[in-house]
Design a protein around this ligand. Structure first.
Ligand code: 4AD
Ligand code: MG
Length: 478
């Protein structure tokens, strides 16, 4: 028995005249002779040439699209065009049959919506193979980036009693019987009888716990699932998404922006270097898809050029106040083309405004800083103007907000006053306040939406297509 080789290794080595075994799933089988075999290691298929005259007719019939096959034979230089090497099979075995009439994935183009319904099988398509290979490498590159810089990967809790963002849109966690919740004397649900003796929820962010780590280990990051029960049925929101949250002690907002920009560029470069085939496939997919659209809805650049462009450009940095001026003077605002017309300073920016700044005005990634305090979270450091906070959002072409971060309020009195403004009870946050009581220091961090970065890198349009099993309002399949 010869050892199984992955198709990627066979194709990249280019070696010929050796015997090996390949295993994978049949994409197509032409002429009772040519199998296009995929094992998911690369977007490319290996051509397996079957000796049809000396192969049992029953076996030939079982080689169908979707079946799992093992083939052993010699790797030789390919006769046909389109591939450099092929496998001349001496033996072929069908490991798992696939009824061609019933197999949902036919060798033709399927819509992304259809594939979302059969997300358990969509990994077997070229598009989703590319996406999930890239997704893996994005995670790997992020860990590598932080490891090279001496950051400690901190695992923050998934079940928590705190609401880090103060947004209140959380999934509750309880073991109490939903049909007869125990009540206390005042008639409220008695969470003292619950599993944790208190009310708990799935985390919306690991930031507050990461801050605790940073104020001892200096530089930490979290990378885990986060949950938001916001009813956002958009192409950029998930109810369950993964977030990377670095936190640095002895760092201010400029250090924070530098870190975020360096990290994004590092990851983009890593993917461009290691996923050329996948990116080329996705770029072509996007061009095909957009060729159906009117010119003004197409991407201004092909995928790979766009990625290179973002690596080469310094991100544009400006304050919220400067951005509001640009937006108020912009054509779509004056002509009331925005769905949300900006009337005054203080307005929250919508995705349409963010994308205008990035795609129309600056034509490159943008970092906005110093937002009005009323539209940002309680923990952000107050500026001397008493109106704005040391926040920063990074806006990306085609995506809008990809990173949200800030310098943190390290002054105990100011932080407590802010918590009062937000009606956050201090007694529930003593653990957080302790870091400000004992050895507080300047610190800063941010959150990167992992799926939004994968969306950007793959040129896909819907966030539901870059996570294996998306969770969104009305859907928690698989
Ligand atoms: O801006 P957000 O809400 O910031 C925080 O959670 C902070 N605690 C981060 C920090 O400073 N440590 O979320 C951060 C990022 C956003 O910029 C966005 O990319 C992503 O997380 N994000 C989502 N991604 C997918 N689906 C959702 N519902 C998302 N909500 C936020
Ligand atoms: Mg945000």
């Amino acid at each position: 028995m010869s050892e199984r080789k992955k198709i990627k290794n066979i194709l990249t080595s280019g070696e010929v005249d050796y015997v090996t075994t390949v295993k994978g799933w049949v994409r197509t089988f032409r002429n009772n002779q040519f199998i296009a075999l995929s094992d998911g290691s690369t977007v490319k298929t290996l051509q397996v040439v079957v000796d049809r005259d000396n192969t049992d007719a029953d076996l030939l019939k079982r080689i169908t699209t979707g079946s799992a096959v093992s083939a052993t034979g010699k790797i030789v230089a390919s006769q046909g065009s389109g591939q450099s090497v092929e496998l001349q099979a001496d033996s072929v075995e069908v490991l798992g049959d696939s009824d061609a009439d019933k197999y949902p994935l036919q060798p033709k183009k399927h819509s992304l919506e259809f594939l979302r319904d059969i997300a358990h099988l969509r990994f077997r398509t070229n598009t989703f193979g590319c996406i999930f290979r890239i997704r893996h490498s994005v995670a790997f590159a992020i860990h590598q980036f932080f490891n090279e810089r001496g950051f400690v990967y901190l695992h923050t809790p998934i079940i928590t009693g705190s609401d880090a963002e103060g947004a209140g849109e959380m999934f509750q966690v309880t073991t109490l019987p939903l049909n007869e919740m125990p009540k206390d004397e005042a008639g409220n649900i008695d969470f003292k009888q619950d599993f944790f003796n208190k009310q708990t929820n799935l985390t919306v962010s690991g930031q507050l716990e990461a801050e605790l780590g940073a104020l001892a280990l200096s530089d930490v990051y979290t990378f885990g699932p986060t949950f938001r029960a916001e009813n956002s049925n958009t192409s950029r929101h998930l109810a369950e998404f993964w977030m990377i949250e670095p936190e640095m002690a002895f760092a201010d907002l400029n250090d924070d922006m530098d870190l975020a920009e360096d990290m994004l560029k590092y990851v983009i470069k890593y993917i461009m270097e290691h996923h050329q085939d996948d990116l080329a496939f996705l770029e072509k997919r996007l061009l095909d898809e957009e060729s159906q659209k009117p010119k003004n809805e197409r991407s201004p650049m092909p995928l790979i050029e766009k990625l290179q462009f973002c690596v080469d450009q310094p991100f544009e940095r400006l304050t919220y106040t400067e951005a509001i001026k640009i937006l108020m003077n912009s054509k779509p605002n004056k002509k009331k083309k925005f769905q949300f017309v900006i009337e005054e300073w203080g307005a929250d920016l919508q995705s349409e405004h963010e994308r205008y700044l990035v795609e129309k005005h600056f034509k490159k990634p943008v970092i906005l800083t110093d937002y009005p305090k009323d539209i940002k979270a309680f923990y952000m450091r107050m500026n001397d103007d008493d109106k704005t906070v040391r926040a920063m959002d990074i806006l990306f072409p085609g995506i809008g907000e990809i990173v949200g971060g800030s310098q943190r309020e390290e002054r105990l009195d100011v932080l407590m006053a802010r918590m009062e403004d937000f009606e956050i009870p201090a007694h529930e946050m003593e653990w957080f306040l302790d870091t400000r009581r004992f050895g507080t220091c300047e610190h800063a961090g941010f959150g990167l939406g992992f799926e939004r970065l994968v969306l950007f890198l793959t040129g896909m349009a819907n966030i539901r297509d870059v996570i294996p099993f998306p969770r969104y309002p009305g859907s928690a399949e698989f």
